[in-house]
Design a protein around this ligand. Structure first.
Ligand code: IMP
Length: 417
């Protein structure tokens, strides 16, 4: 089966948008499998900029079928707005399919997200306020509504009535009904459609949102999102056999960033962090929040290797490290006088780890127009080799700038017959 799964290996914002955009050029199907419009990436081409939050990246390629899987939580009003924006820009959106089993994010979920964060005070998660947690809570509590029911006015009405604690005003109902009518033709059993595509050996790209360390199970709980962005969740969240997932590309920033709250071991602040933030445009696509900055953490990357079965790496934003001396890389943690190589499951323990660093030479050359690996400066190559050696995962893509052309590709993706 000809599939590639793209996952973030850190706390999201690793540059998955650029990688999925590149791979989408070769794919027949692009599939989002979890999260909702808490995600966001910007795609630039033909001099225009497009921000996607819910719709898969293959939407710009007319022959590509884009699927929103059952593991997603979908805000229908936000989705209609995103579709409208694309239509206005002349992008055809008919190649979009929405799983009938995906859950719906309703306006009440956004209100609950705000309330929950307020209630947590200084322990708040720093969510994107898109109602993601409350929508997944309703799913797990078996009180949510799926897209396949949402698109039937009487079922939607019945559901809204059943939410006694959150009465729905008439105007809101009308907006939701209009969205339901607009989305109705796109809703289907996408699991069946994907299974057929796999049997026909179509090229299917599974596009992860967020990152492994934000995984509800394998991330830094409770400072996580409410779904699993890992490759392990693809089968569950799209309705295809687990055997279909074999090639997994882990997207990794050459350093670390995080938005929202919660500890990360290699964080630093000051002039260097400010320089990297500016150089790397480290401000959130969805919320515009400044991202926190840290050194590359190989304990995190090896954790991501294990839980995702990474088969190759994409190292992003390497150009941003130009002029940083020395380059520090975290290779282990110290906890209670012991050296450890894994992520403690308890956040109380994780918050006490001290990073163990090695230091490597930095590079001064501008690498943003380098096209071949051999032409990278020696210290940059040593940095990359160190990542490969200490993770055992080969690097398949190196990104040296935001545009499609600023990409060094070392591996043939989607070449399997
Ligand atoms: P939620 O997903 O909005 O509930 O937010 C939970 C945590 O995940 C917060 O720390 C958010 O900042 C973080 N988060 C959610 N989506 C993204 C993303 O796409 N990139 C980076 N962080 C994210």
């Amino acid at each position: 089966m000809n599939t590639i799964t793209v996952v973030g290996t850190q706390w999201g914002d690793e540059g998955k948008g650029k990688v999925t955009d590149y791979l989408a050029q070769k794919a027949d199907y692009v599939v989002r499998y979890q999260g909702g419009n808490n995600a966001g990436h910007t795609i630039k081409f033909e001099g225009k900029k497009y921000a996607l939050h819910l719709i898969p990246s293959g939407i710009f390629k007319p022959a590509c079928i884009n699927v929103m899987g059952n593991g997603m939580v979908i805000n229908p009003l936000a989705l209609c707005e995103e579709l409208e924006g694309l239509k206005k820009a002349g992008i055809a959106t008919k190649n979009l399919k929405i799983s009938a089993a995906a859950h719906v994010v309703l306006p009440v979920h956004l209100r609950l997200d705000h309330l929950s964060e307020e209630r947590k005070g200084s322990n708040s998660v720093g969510t994107t306020f898109r109602g993601i947690g409350p929508a997944y809570t309703d799913k797990a509590s078996r009180t949510g509504i799926r897209m396949g029911d949402f698109i039937h006015p009487h079922r939607l009405k019945r559901h809204l009535k059943s939410m006694a604690s959150a009465p729905c005003e008439d105007t809101l109902y009308e907006q939701l009904e209009a969205a339901a009518t607009a989305l109705r033709p796109l809703v289907e059993n996408t699991g069946e459609c994907l299974y057929k595509a796999l049997l026909e050996n179509k090229k299917v790209l599974f596009e992860g949102a967020q990152g492994t360390m934000l995984c509800l199970d394998h991330g830094t709980y409770p400072y996580v999102t409410s779904s699993s962005p890992t490759a392990a969740s693809v089968a569950l969240n799209t309705g295809i056999p687990p055997q279909a997932i074999h090639e997994v590309l882990g997207v990794t920033k050459a350093y670390t960033t995080r938005v929202g709250h919660g500890f990360f071991a290699t964080e630093f602040s000051g002039n260097l962090a400010d320089k990297i933030r500016l150089q790397g445009h480290e401000f959130g696509t969805t919320t515009q929040r400044p991202r926190r900055i840290g050194w590359l953490d190989l304990v995190v990357l090896n954790h991501a290797k294990r839980v995702n079965g990474l088969t190759s790496l994409a190292i992003m934003l390497l150009d941003v490290l130009q002029g940083v001396h020395p380059l520090k890389v975290c290779v282990a943690y110290q906890l209670d006088g012991q050296r450890i190589n894994d992520i403690p499951s308890s956040i109380d323990d994780y918050q006490r780890v001290e990073p163990v660093y090695i230091e490597l030479d930095g590079f001064n050359d501008d690498i943003s127009s380098v096209k071949h690996y051999e032409d990278l400066p020696k210290p940059a190559k040593t940095y990359l080799k160190t990542i490969e050696t200490l993770t055992g995962v080969p690097i398949g893509i190196i990104s040296v700038g935001p545009s499609r052309e600023q990409t060094i590709v070392l591996h043939d993706y989607f070449m399997k017959k």
